[in-house]
Design a protein. Structure first.
Length: 134
């Protein structure tokens, strides 16, 4: 389907999304990470369907426009420090980027699975001990 020679459901990048919404890329990204905006990660990049964004925009009310989901269990949010976090089952989780290749990560995940170790718990325990000076 076309509208004035354009595909009606064209795909947008994060930059194009921000332009469409007339907000900064940071604001657009925050809305995406909070789960407020419909989008999909393709590889390492976010993509959005224009018609879904416009539907989302038109469905907002004055009471909920611009508010992010801060109560959503398991919803990834952007913290005041710029880091990503989520609360799930009353427990807070933070995201960390580790300087590992995908092959190194796969080897770690395989070893942890073989040994019955929760990799994220292992890393968190190590960091807690490190901070305490152990």
């Amino acid at each position: 389907m076309t509208e004035h020679g354009r595909v009606q459901d064209d795909v947008l990048t994060l930059e194009e999304l921000a332009t469409l919404l007339k907000v900064s890329e940071t604001t657009a990204y925050s809305l995406v990470r909070s789960g407020e905006l419909p989008g999909r990660k393709v590889g390492r990049e976010w993509r959005f369907v224009r018609s879904q964004i416009l539907t989302w925009l038109m469905s907002g009310t004055e009471d909920n426009m611009g508010q992010t989901n801060t109560q959503g269990d398991g919803v990834v949010q952007l913290g005041e420090d710029g880091g990503e976090f989520k609360v799930e089952g009353g427990r807070e989780y933070v995201a960390m980027w580790l300087p590992l290749t995908r092959d190194e990560k796969a080897a770690l995940v395989d070893k942890a699975a073989r040994e019955g170790v929760m990799l994220s718990e292992l890393v968190a325990d190590h960091l807690r001990d490190w901070v305490k000076g152990s």
